[in-house]
Design a protein around this ligand. Structure first.
Ligand code: ZN
Length: 135
């Protein structure tokens, strides 16, 4: 049973694009976004999966919220999900690795001054914009 993959980045909901870009460009795993066969009970419009890992999280549109809030929520959720899937696929659950504290912890998704960024959870230092990893 296969379902159509959401192909081009432009077909992804706007709030999912930055985090999916960063994961697929810079992490050891790949996020795949698919339409569920039917609307599931949670109201998910899309399923967000990590290729090769079991399970998925649902993407539920939040039309009332500002784009930056939605982008933050989705980036935080997808990042948490990627961290759960990394060990299952044999990778350390440290992505994106904090450049200040290598091998210690991943950067966290933070909403800072109206921008969704990757920041060190210990020092608070902002290291990149979410969607801007890898150049
Ligand atoms: Zn750190």
């Amino acid at each position: 049973m296969s379902h159509p993959t959401v192909g081009a980045m432009t077909e992804l909901p706007e709030e999912l694009q930055p985090i999916v870009h960063d994961v697929n460009r810079c992490s050891p795993v790949r996020v795949v976004v698919r339409e569920p066969p039917v609307r599931d009970r949670s109201g998910s419009a899309l399923w967000v999966r990590v290729a090769g890992a079991s399970g998925a999280i649902g993407f539920v549109p939040q039309p009332g919220a500002a784009l930056v809030e939605r982008t933050f929520t989705q980036a935080d959720q997808v990042h948490d999900w990627v961290l759960e899937c990394l060990p299952e696929l044999g990778f350390p659950a440290v992505w994106p690795e904090c450049p200040e504290h290598p091998g210690t912890h991943p950067l966290g998704v933070v909403l800072r001054d109206g921008v969704v960024v990757w920041a060190c959870p210990r020092s608070g230092t902002v290291h990149a914009r979410v969607g801007g990893l890898g150049g």
